[in-house]
Design a protein around this ligand. Structure first.
Ligand SMILES: Nc1nc2c(c(=O)[nH]1)N[C@H]1C(S)=C(S)[C@@H](COP(=O)(O)OP(=O)(O)OC[C@H]3O[C@@H](n4cnc5c(=O)[nH]c(N)nc54)[C@H](O)[C@@H]3O)O[C@H]1N2
Ligand SMILES: Nc1nc2c(c(=O)[nH]1)N[C@H]1C(S)=C(S)[C@@H](COP(=O)(O)OP(=O)(O)OC[C@H]3O[C@@H](n4cnc5c(=O)[nH]c(N)nc54)[C@H](O)[C@@H]3O)O[C@H]1N2
Ligand code: SF4
Ligand SMILES: [Mo]
Length: 729
């Protein structure tokens, strides 16, 4: 008889509610849960992979210990206890020898709990957790806290009258949410401006499409700000009462006339003016987060600043249909992730050792401490305090260098959980060298990935259907139920960290045996427990607007800092100024002779998620090979036809991908897919699942001159490359 269990999906971020159709205790089908308060019965194409993902023959089901040489693919199955004992023992001895900072962590995009990691690291004594947060969303988080004391997590797209899709490919990256919300806004008559070098689906339907040259968006933003000020289209009352630094901002953008911006961005002056006017005069208007801005390296941080400034001066902060912070009410009372991180337990002497924080203070302890202090001036639970995990990290390049060189001090051990650093981080060769140099490398994952194949110990992770989760965002809180006991010996990340913590003298800080008990504790202030919350739709904050009129903003001045005092104090540009991308036709004409095409990487596509799902048959059928999109005119000039294998090169390396013809972009540009590896290939070195063959990050640089000076965001876009037909061997 068929039984149905409530569950949730973890095959990407949003935790859509699902129903597991069980037959004989086996999941046979997954459908959307119509009762779920957020997803309301919808699941996407990828969500349907859950059955295959759960039972996949290549899943990791037991802890493994390396018995051959590193990367030799020889493993011994051991118990969790033995694996945790041995890892803990080794960690203790490395800590004794080199100090706690010798242990690093690499994270991916948030795919499971993360406060448990930070809690463990704080108590262990290491400030060196690093990873993709330096380029994904979190730069906006740190920057927006510095600018207006909170992160706009909720652009109210459905209620907006104008939506600016700036470097966001919503129909592929968020089909059920942003894309669906945009469709509703359009139905209500909202204007749409798309700013993207590619003619994405939304661009075809937009009122205005600005085909910007990659990496130049900041100049465009400064041009908008200048015009909005010059034409007095800004919200005078808001600016006068609730901002500081307006006159300095005005002076800083003076040079960015439409003509100058047109020259930099390749967008016509008329279109620049038209778009700025449309955005400023069609309120409420929103500019949701777009990764196209975060991935442009040198300008990324100031793009986030300039976007925040645009939102503020046009009066779109904390208004209905505008840009909103987390909501208060019941949600604000829950013990949140920052509370669980236990950041106060890491002593100042250890904080000071965070790798990269001197160079990039906005994203290390110095910036986070200032953002936290400003947040504490607000009433508790008003705006969520900045999480360390989101805005206070070591820099991955500096961590990799320390592993390789032992300088400024030896980093000898690393844990990777829910991340595939060889595919996610730039400069794959450097990352590989670092993984090779580690004395102890521990990976927790669903599958044996190329990164896991370099480990000393590999632990099997539980699927979301095998573990509970409290889904707490700024605006709401939903209990995601555990639908089944973990298969084999898979466990969740809490069990992994607690297992280590209990062996390393942290017992008093981990009194809860299971993660569900932690969630009971989080919900205590509401007089609820996890099971009770599971039986109700969730907790939703009250929607309140213009709350700043009561308490101000959580910044040092209590106002929106158009000129940022935190940036200034930490020696960084307090007002945004545009920089030409390092590899660009304008910056380096000699480089352009050898690498004539502008390169962007990683534009999202369904149904694949980063380096995942290459084992899933339905996904792979749809996307069997890595693709480089190239304009037909350019392809013809290079002798390339649809389906040919092409070699793509930058000064760092060459990789191969298959040609897909596309006139969606300028003939001078190419777009390559990221995170490609081949689970069907030899797992052993030197092949390592073909990780070096088609991996976009072989081509992406991360040296200091390429990174944003404030946060160290490296480029995955706005680069230069050469494309050739692959020679037949
Ligand atoms: N060239 C280029 N590089 C990029 C990007 C780009 O656009 N271009 N995008 C960047 C961005 S924005 C991001 S966020 C990163 C993503 O980088 P990652 O987060 O590393 O990417 P994924 O492949 O999604 O996840 C890595 C691993 O996590 C495992 N995993 C998933 N869920 C869980 C879980 O719950 N528990 C455990 N233990 N493991 C789990 C998966 O099996 C997978 O092997 O890539 C970045 N890299
Ligand atoms: N299917 C799928 N969905 C995903 C993911 C996935 O791997 N697969 N990853 C998830 C994650 S972690 C993230 S961060 C989000 C990201 O999702 P999005 O924010 O949509 O990011 P991307 O698709 O990387 O890039 C968005 C757009 O930026 C454009 N772009 C590139 N360079 C520039 C530039 O210099 N300027 C401008 N204006 N645009 C530029 C690209 O053409 C692309 O259309 O997607 C999430 N959703
Ligand atoms: S994969 Fe699809 S169904 Fe699953 S969480 Fe993501 S959007 Fe929702
Ligand atoms: Mo991301």
């Amino acid at each position: 008889m068929e039984e149905i269990r409530r569950s949730y999906c973890g095959l990407c971020h949003p935790r859509c509610g699902t129903l597991l159709h069980m037959d004989n205790n086996q999941v046979v089908k997954v459908t959307g849960d119509p009762q779920h308060p957020i997803s309301r019965g919808a699941i996407c194409e990828r969500g349907r992979f859950m059955v295959e993902h759960l039972y996949h023959p290549q899943r990791l089901n037991y802890p493994l210990k390396r018995i051959g040489k590193k990367g030799e693919g020889r493993w011994q199955r051991i118990s969790w206890d033995q694996a945790l004992d041995e890892v803990a023992e080794k960690l203790a001895s490395l800590k004794e020898k080199h100090g706690a900072e010798t242990l690093a962590f690499t994270h991916g995009t948030k795919r499971t709990y993360h406060w448990d990691c930070r809690r463990f690291f704080n108590l262990f004594g290491s400030p060196n957790t690093c990873g993709v947060n330096t380029i994904c969303m979190c730069p906006s988080y740190a920057t927006e806290y510095a600018t207006y004391g909170g992160m706009v997590m909720g652009s109210e797209v459905m209620g907006a009258r104008c939506v600016v899709l700036w470097g966001n490919n919503a129909s592929n990256s968020s089909p059920l949410y942003l894309s669906a919300h945009l469709a509703k806004a359009r139905k209500n008559g909202a204007k749409l401006i798309v700013i993207d070098p590619r003619r994405i689906k939304e661009a075809e339907q937009a009122d205005l499409w600005l085909q910007v040259r990659p990496g130049t968006d900041l100049a465009l933003m400064l041009g908008w700000i200048r015009l909005i000020i010059a034409e007095e289209l800004y919200d005078r009352e808001f600016v006068a009462n609730w901002t500081v630094g307006f006159d300095e901002l005005k002076a800083a953008v003076e040079a960015y006339t439409p003509e100058k911006v047109a020259e930099i961005t390749s967008v016509s002056a008329e279109l620049i003016v038209q778009a700025a006017r449309m955005y400023a005069t069609t309120g409420p208007a929103v500019i949701p987060f777009g990764f196209g801005l975060d991935k442009q390296g040198i300008n990324a941080t100031q793009c986030a600043r300039a976007r925040a400034i645009l939102r503020a001066i046009t009066g779109n902060l904390e208004v209905s249909g505008g840009e909103n912070f987390s909501m208060t009410g019941e949600v604000g009372k829950i013990h949140d992730w920052e509370y669980l991180e236990l950041n106060d337990t890491l002593p100042a002497s250890q904080r000071a050792k965070q790798l990269g924080a001197k160079q990039y203070p906005i994203f290390g302890f110095p910036g986070w401490e200032r953002n936290s202090a400003a947040n504490k001036k607000l009433p508790e639970g008003y705006v969520a305090p900045p999480e360390a995990w989101h805005s206070n990290l070591a820099h991955a390049r500096e961590v990799m260098n320390a592993i390789i060189t032992g300088k400024p001090y030896p980093v000898t051990a690393a844990i990777t959980l829910a991340n595939n650093p060889l595919l996610a981080l730039p400069n794959t060769k450097r990352v590989f060298k670092a993984l090779q140099a580690l004395e102890l490398y521990v990976v927790v994952d669903y599958f044996m990935t190329p990164s896991a194949a370099m480990a000393d110990y590999v632990f099997p992770a539980a699927s979301t259907v095998e573990t509970p989760e409290l889904w707490l965002t700024g605006g709401f809180c939903v209990a995601c139920p555990q639908a089944m006991e973990p298969l084999y010996e898979r466990r969740n990340s809490y069990d992994f960290y607690r297992g280590l913590a209990m062996r390393l003298g942290q017992e008093q800080y981990w009194p809860w045996e299971t993660v569900e008990e932690v969630y009971d504790h989080c919900l205590e202030p509401l007089g609820l427990n996890f099971k009770q919350l599971q039986n109700q739709p969730g907790i939703f904050g009250a929607r309140e607007y213009r709350r700043y009129e009561k308490f101000g903003f959580g910044t040092p001045s209590g106002k929106v800092e158009l000129k940022s005092s935190i940036f200034e104090e930490l020696g960084k540009d307090a007002l945004p100024q545009y920089r030409e991308p390092v590899w660009s036709p304008k910056a380096d004409p000699t480089l352009t002779e050898e690498y004539p095409l502008i390169l962007i990487t990683g534009s999202r596509y369904m149904p694949i998620y980063h380096s995942e799902h290459r084992q899933i048959e339905a996904a792979r059928k749809k996307m069997p090979d890595p693709l480089v999109s190239i304009h037909p005119v350019t392809a013809e000039r290079l002798g390339l036809a649809e389906g040919d294998w092409a070699v793509i090169s930058t000064p760092l390396a060459s990789i191969r991908q298959r040609v897909k013809l596309s006139d969606a972009m300028d003939p001078a540009m190419v777009d390559i897919q990221h995170s490609w590896w081949f689970p069907e290939r030899d797992p052993k070195l030197p092949e390592l699942f073909g990780v070096f063959e088609s991996n976009a990050n072989m081509l992406c640089p991360d040296d200091p001159e390429f990174c944003s000076p404030e946060i160290g965001s490296w480029p995955h876009s706005a680069l230069m490359c050469r494309v050739e037909k692959e020679k037949q061997s």
